[in-house]
Design a protein around this ligand. Structure first.
Ligand code: PBG
Length: 333
């Protein structure tokens, strides 16, 4: 950089900001519709239900899930990620319902893949919707048993792949699961099933509304998920987690939560140069939506700003409950 020229008054950075046309030409990052992934909640109830903590988001019955996925695809969104709310009577200590090939997730995958030609479907691999504890793994003597959980997760991955899931997304943070899930998928000839690892997932209060939405928040105990999800004070640990998952065979890695963790996202993207996604999680959504409802933020502005910041930080794609709205705004621009 030429020191003389980069000094005021020769250099005036505002020259490049003075009108829309020039601002657009020098824009460094672009948020595209195909960067957006829509999470879809499912319900076993006959009718879709409202989620109090997440205005405008529903738990969908199969039909509504298909309609929503179709709407997303027509808007230019390339993939949806599905999450079930499982009724109490189907929950148990081992998350057995996760392995039922006719559970709501498998049914929704089949219905979406059949009716929405071309869309990608992502399934969460974790037991929290299915266990009485609401934990992502199974409890032995009040501890989450890593290796026993991983065995079940492998089976869950196969069940979902058999239903037609395109991307298996382990969000459980057990150690070593990517390797064995990859091996299990390959053994069952699912060589082309993609693995998106929630590689650096922090123990976060921002998941509160999600846990409420899938009715998995009440029995977690005082330490919640801290024995497997990461401590939010840590950064180097994220590098370790991500490097392990890449070596174990993850095709895509995901960092979450989103907004307060963009430093981690940025570091990971710059260190590994790997397909790196992020998730604007439920608490971020609720926080923004409540403020939008109060009139503190203009909806269009705050949605596009927050998602563009993910992009600037290095996200290749973003899971966001605003995906449909963001797609609409981006299309009109
Ligand atoms: C479950 C899972 C969670 C989220 C995605 N998958 C919650 C958790 O770990 O407790 C959070 C998503 C959100 O808050 O929007 N393993």
């Amino acid at each position: 950089m030429n020191n003389f020229l980069s000094n005021f008054p020769y250099c005036r950075p505002r020259r490049l900001r003075q009108e829309d046309w020039i601002r657009r030409i020098v824009t460094e990052n672009f948020l595209k519709i195909s960067d957006l992934i829509l999470p879809i909640f499912l319900t076993y109830e006959a009718k879709s239900t409202e989620i109090d903590m997440m205005p405008n988001v529903k738990r969908n019955n199969i039909n509504d899930a298909v309609v929503l996925a179709n709407k997303a695809y027509e808007a230019g969104i390339k993939a949806v990620a599905i999450f079930p709310e499982v009724p109490k009577e189907k929950k148990d200590a081992f998350g057995k319902e996760a392995l039922n090939e006719n559970n709501i997730v498998c049914k929704a995958v089949r219905a979406i893949k059949k009716n929405v030609n071309g869309i990608g479907v992502i399934c969460d691999i974790a037991l929290d919707p299915y266990t009485i504890s609401g934990h992502d793994g199974i409890l032995e003597n009040n501890q989450i048993d890593n290796d026993k959980t991983v065995e079940i997760l492998c089976k869950q991955a196969i069940v979902n792949a058999e239903a037609g899931c395109d991307i298996i997304a382990p969000s459980d943070m057990m150690d070593g699961r990517i390797k064995v899930i990859r091996e299990s998928l390959d053994k069952s000839s699912f060589h082309n099933t993609i693995i998106m690892s929630y590689a650096a997932k922090y123990a976060s209060a921002f998941y509160g509304p999600f846990r409420n939405a899938i009715s998995a928040s009440n029995n977690l105990g005082p330490n919640k998920k801290k024995s497997y999800q990461m401590d939010y004070n840590n950064n180097n640990e994220a590098l370790k987690e991500v490097s392990m998952d890449i070596k174990e065979g993850a095709d895509i890695i995901l960092i979450k939560p989103g907004m307060p963790y963009l430093d981690v996202l940025n570091k990971i993207k710059n260190t590994f140069n790997y397909p790196t996604f992020s998730y604007q999680v439920s608490g971020e959504y609720s926080m923004l939506m409540k403020s939008i409802e109060e009139g503190y933020f203009k909806k269009e502005d705050i949605i596009i700003e927050t998602l563009s910041c993910f992009k600037r930080a290095g996200a290749d794609a973003i899971l966001t409950y605003f995906a449909l709205e963001a797609a609409k705004i981006l299309r009109s621009k």
